[in-house]
Design a protein around this ligand. Structure first.
Ligand SMILES: Cc1ncc(COP(=O)(O)O)c(C=O)c1O
Length: 329
C-alpha cells in the first residue's frame, strides 16, 4: 500500500490545499481516497477510516477551519470469495530456497533417489487451494466504515451532519457475476524424473490478465461434472507459449479431454484486460438472464486480430520487384 502510485503525498497536501483554497476558479469540495486493493477484514477498514478522519481533522486545522462537503472513500470492497488465494504466495520464496538447497545436497545420493525424494517432498509441501470461504456481508463493511468515520470526525471537531459520503465500489458489485468457461484440451501425467500432472485448457491467462496481475488463484468447478471429487494435484495451464500456469498445484478430479471447466469470479478486471498475446482471438461474452442467454460480445476471429496490422509500402514494393525478377515465389 505504501508504494501505491495514486494520490497526493500527505507531506504535500497541506500546501496544495492552501493554494487550491486561494484559487478563485477552484472550489475545494472535499476529500477523496482510494487505497487500492483493500483488505477483506472490517477491522482493517476501521483502521483506515480512523486515519482518514484524523487526517481530515488535521487539514481542517491547517486550512483555517475548512470543512468538506464530500468525503469519498474510493473502492476496494472485496468480492464474496475474496481474498483469492495467491498463485505466487510470499511463502513460496523461502520454501523454494529451502527446496533448492535440498535438491543440491541430495545430489550425493544419485539422481534416482534424489528425484524420488523430491517427488515425495513436492507431494507433501507444494499444494495450493483456492479460497472457499466468503467475506462478511456488505452491511458489516458499511457499519465499520460509517461508525469509525462518524466517531473520529466528531473527535476532530467536524460535524458530520450534511457531509455527503461517497463510495466507488467496483469488483464487489460484479466480480462474482463472471464465469470464464473453457474446454480441457489435454491431460498429461508424468512420473519421471519427478511426478507432475497438467490439465491443458483451450484458454489462457492472457484472457484474464487482470486477475493474473493480482496473482489471484481463482476457484473453479467442472461444469459438466459438478459433483466430482478431487483425486490428484495438477497444474491447470493455458495454451499460450508462456508457462501460463492459471491454477498451479491444485486438487483436481478425474477428467478427460472435452470436459468443461468453469473458472469463477472473473467478472471484474478480467474481460477488460484480455489480450491477444500469440495472436489468439479472444472469446465471446454471453449474458445469462434466468434461463436465457444472449451473446453481448461475439468471439474474435483471426481476421479481427490482424485487422490493424499494416505492411509498410516499401516492403510491399520490394516484394513486387523481387517477384518480377523471379526471386520470390
Ligand atoms: C479511484 C478508483 N475508485 C474505485 C475503484 C474501484 O476499485 P474496486 O474494484 O477495487 O472496488 C478504482 C479501481 O481501480 C479506482 O481507481
Amino acid at each position: 500500500m505504501q508504494v501505491y502510485k495514486n494520490g497526493i503525498p500527505t507531506e504535500h497536501v497541506v500546501d496544495m490545499g492552501r493554494r487550491a483554497l486561494n484559487m478563485k476558479n477552484i472550489e475545494v469540495t472535499g476529500f477523496h481516497i482510494h487505497l487500492g486493493r483493500h483488505h477483506w477484514a472490517p477491522w482493517f477498514w476501521k483502521g483506515q477510516m480512523k486515519k482518514y478522519a484524523r487526517l481530515i481533522a488535521k487539514l481542517k486545522e491547517e486550512w483555517g477551519g475548512y470543512e468538506p462537503g464530500e468525503i469519498d472513500i474510493g473502492g476496494g470492497i472485496p468480492t464474496p470469495r475474496d481474498p483469492f488465494a495467491r498463485i505466487v504466495s510470499r511463502l513460496d520464496f523461502p520454501l523454494l530456497a529451502v527446496f533448492w538447497v535440498m535438491t543440491l545436497l541430495l545430489k550425493i545420493l544419485g539422481n534416482k533417489t534424489r528425484y524420488k525424494i523430491i517427488s515425495k517432498a513436492l507431494d507433501l509441501f507444494i499444494h495450493k487451494s483456492p479460497n472457499k470461504s466468503l467475506t462478511p456481508e456488505i452491511e458489516e463493511y458499511a457499519e465499520a466504515i460509517t461508525d469509525t468515520l462518524l466517531k473520529n470526525l466528531k473527535w476532530g471537531g467536524i460535524d458530520p451532519e450534511g457531509i455527503t459520503l461517497q463510495i466507488e465500489p467496483g469488483r464487489s458489485m460484479y466480480g462474482d457475476t463472471g464465469i470464464h468457461l473453457s474446454r480441457i484440451l489435454k491431460i498429461k501425467n508424468q512420473t519421471r524424473p519427478i511426478k507432475w500432472n497438467w490439465v491443458l485448457l483451450d484458454t489462457t491467462y492472457f484472457f484474464m490478465a487482470g486477475g493474473a496481475l493480482e496473482y489471484n488463484l481463482h476457484d473453479f468447478i467442472m461444469a459438466n461434472k459438478a459433483d466430482s471429487r478431487p483425486v490428484k494435484t495438477v497444474d491447470i495451464v493455458g495454451r499460450s507459449c508462456f508457462a501460463d500456469r492459471m491454477m498451479p498445484e491444485v486438487n483436481f478430479p478425474e477428467a478427460e479431454s472435452g470436459d468443461i471447466l468453469a473458472i469463477l469470479d472473473t467478472g471484474a478486471y478480467q474481460e477488460v484486460s484480455a489480450s491477444n498475446f500469440k495472436a489468439l482471438p479472444r472469446p465471446a461474452t454471453v449474458l445469462v438472464n434466468g434461463d436465457s442467454a444472449e451473446i453481448i460480445k461475439r468471439a474474435e476471429t483471426v481476421g479481427d486480430v490482424f485487422r490493424r496490422d499494416k505492411v509498410p509500402e516499401r516492403l510491399l514494393k520490394k516484394k513486387v520487384e523481387e517477384v518480377k525478377v523471379g526471386k520470390v515465389g
